[in-house]
Design a protein around this ligand. Sequence first.
Ligand SMILES: [Zn+2]
Length: 389
Amino acid sequence: MPDSFKISTLTAERTRKQERSDFISFLSKYYYTPYYYEDLEEAYSNLYFYPHKLGYDFFDAYCKMLKSYKSKKVIIEYVNDSSFQAFAAYSNSGCGNYISISAGVPTLLQAVYHQVITVKNPFATTHGGFDDVSLGEVRFPIDVFQFVDDSLSFKQAFQKLIHETLPNEKWQRVMSTIMAEISLAFIVSHELSHIFLGHTYLNSKCGNNLLNEVRYKNRNKSVGKWVSQAWEIEADQMAVSFLYNYMFVDESRQKRFKKHLKCKNGETGLIQLLSRVVYALSITFFIFSQTQRNVKSTDSHPSALVRVVYIISQLMTVFFHHHPKIDENKVERSLQLAHEQAESAWNQLGFEFGYKSYKETIDDLNLSVNQLERAKRRIARFAENAAWK
Ligand SMILES: [Zn+2]
């Protein structure tokens, strides 16, 4: 979990009480209630505390980066919702910017990584590729209550799931926690990016307050699907750059990630760490897009495959900016392998990625990427004035 946090002035200024009543009144319009984790036992509440804190730290870092933070605020909270989702929102009243993460998210991620890492060391070099694995028995639902007895409360259900999936070895527990940290850091960064890029503001102007991370078909009020999909790609790209800065730029933090994710030193270790990021983000997208079966998506979010393609390319762009002398082909091969290893692990948990592993619709990839690029260019001009309202 993250290094010792320095509470910034911005964070210290926040009064929890005011924040919470603000958040509760905002949520009540959408029939959500907040999920508080403070009364959980410590080992378990940390699962929620660290990403939450990380969200605020990231917000402060984003503000400083954009030199525009004096009057900006955000409220980040978990909500009583068992599914795997998150949303970002803008509102004229109260705090203005809201990020909400389903209470199921940290638990499901942790449980998935427990399972993945229990099955095998995901980064073993003797890996046999992904075509030769048969589907395993373990199944992870998009909604945690599909997995556990529905007579249990959220808290009981989540604790049961974590308990049942806990691996035996300490290195496995540490590694799965670090992988979950990468996923959660990306998710919270992605939501912050929606706010900083002005998507939530524009969305609210269209009469639609929540930018939801699960697909939403048949919305009455919404921006077009291509605009919405391009927003997702933009938020992913900003989040990836931010995640890179978080993990790689600060040396002590980079060292911590390398140590727990069993990376070597030097150039090899750097490429390994970058590959672990691709692995974690691939798994995150497999979970998020369990309902999306085709490369060419017709709803608010692009398919996982398209998003991962953009993410790998963005990660490489940022990486070579910092390390222009490292062999591009070597990095590309390593990242592609990491994505395939993630798909293999996902298969072993009993899932297929996309409709018949996307193989039938892979021809749509170019088309989808081209359409998204055009949509991105179209909205860039339009969005410029809206960022940071
Ligand atoms: Zn999004």
